[in-house]
Design a protein around this ligand. Structure first.
Ligand SMILES: *Cc1c(COP(=O)(O)O)cnc(C)c1O
Ligand code: SF4
Length: 347
């Protein structure tokens, strides 16, 4: 979906870059000089969940490398169409925790708003592949239901904007929400979960930063990069601009086979992020959504990787290794059961 321009004026630069995203797998492969590579690209997978990737993200992929870790995150492959036991359509089970249209209140003190179903990039491992155009979004109807649900519950101190990608909304639409939240005394923090500053750094423009800067709360921006190569000079500038507004910038990554499932890659991601002013927050075990099984890293390997990171990096560069479990009231830390193939022995 293309967000409507908020005024009849010229579309903003980021909105142009958004519209200019590549949607044809053949065009993507041609841009990378891979038209002749024997890649198991799947029309069927692309029909189920279209390819979508901004050109500046493609520019960070290595030319001629069919195994490029950024390419792997976005290219529709045959492997997605193979059914695998345990991988389902609704892996996270958010249906039961809705407090109103687009509001999910599962965790103490925090209300998560599904602000929009849109994203600038389609990540193959995402639950969105089965709900590409989320019907119930908090922004619909001028945020009214979301604001009412938050105002009615004094236990909610933090509002999380998630999606889809909340920064796919026009800044004026985001400002409508925060203007209403200002009148709710128990709201103290705002958090934004977004991949846009990574995949489309043009989104962090002067208008967005002015909005963030003027917010009356402590703000956290949680970006999503899975590999050090996702950072470049434009992303560095976007991170610096976000930090200039006083926001805390954190990163969450998903542990993905063939993308970042080795300790050097994870260490490089944390170091590269820190150089850009971003601290690691979570390393997620994959949500078990149908079509993503080929990305899964087993728990024993995940724990061994995490232990190796702990052994060699500063503590603040080590993300928490977690999984989301339907019905839980927080992310669940992975714990060593001692049964895994690679698990170290326990005393
Ligand atoms: C992940 C998540 C949060 C935020 O959890 P933190 O551990 O605070 O990052 C809040 N609500 C829901 C429904 C979530 O899935
Ligand atoms: S940006 Fe996030 S929500 Fe959007 S497709 Fe990628 S992982 Fe899913």
């Amino acid at each position: 979906m293309i967000p409507a321009a908020s005024t009849p004026m010229q579309p903003r630069r980021w909105q142009q870059a958004w519209r200019d995203a590549v949607r044809d797998p053949r065009e993507l492969l041609a841009l990378l000089g891979l038209q002749d590579a024997a890649l198991a690209v799947s029309e069927q997978a692309a029909a189920q969940f279209p390819l979508r990737v901004p050109r500046s993200f493609i520019a960070r992929m290595r030319k001629g490398d069919p195994h490029d870790p950024l390419l792997r995150q976005v290219l529709p492959l045959d492997a997605e169409m193979r059914p695998v036991a345990g991988f389902a359509l609704d892996a996270v089970g958010d249906g039961a925790a809705k407090a109103g249209p687009g509001v999910i209140h599962k965790y103490a003190g925090r209300a998560l708003l599904v602000a929009t179903g849109s994203c600038a990039v389609n990540c193959r491992y995402c639950f969105r592949r089965h709900f590409p155009y989320a019907q119930e979004t908090a922004a619909a109807g001028g945020w009214r239901a979301a604001i009412a649900a938050i105002a009615a519950d004094p236990s909610i101190e933090e509002v999380l904007l998630s999606g889809g990608d909340p920064l796919s909304l026009a800044t004026s639409k985001l400002a409508e929400l925060t203007d209403a939240l200002r009148h709710i005394p128990h709201v103290r923090r705002l958090r934004i979960h977004t991949r846009l500053p990574i995949v489309l750094p043009e989104r962090v423009d002067a208008e967005l930063c002015a909005w963030l800067d003027a917010l009356p709360w402590s703000v956290a921006v949680v970006v999503h990069a899975n590999h050090a190569n996702e950072f470049d000079a434009d992303v560095d500038a976007a991170m610096a601009a976000l930090r200039q507004t006083g926001a805390m910038v954190l990163n969450q990554a998903v542990l993905l086979k063939g993308v970042n499932d080795d300790v050097d890659t994870l260490a490089a991601l944390a170091e590269r992020g820190f150089a850009a002013g971003v601290l690691p927050y979570y390393l997620h075990q994959l949500d078990r959504v149908a079509g993503a099984a080929h990305f899964e890293v087993d728990d024993a390997t995940a724990l061994a990787l995490h232990a190796a990171l702990v052994a060699r990096q500063s503590g603040y560069l080590v993300p928490r290794l977690v999984r989301e479990v339907a019905g839980d009231t927080s992310k669940r830390a992975l714990v060593d059961t001692g049964h895994g193939r690679h698990a170290p022995s326990v005393a």
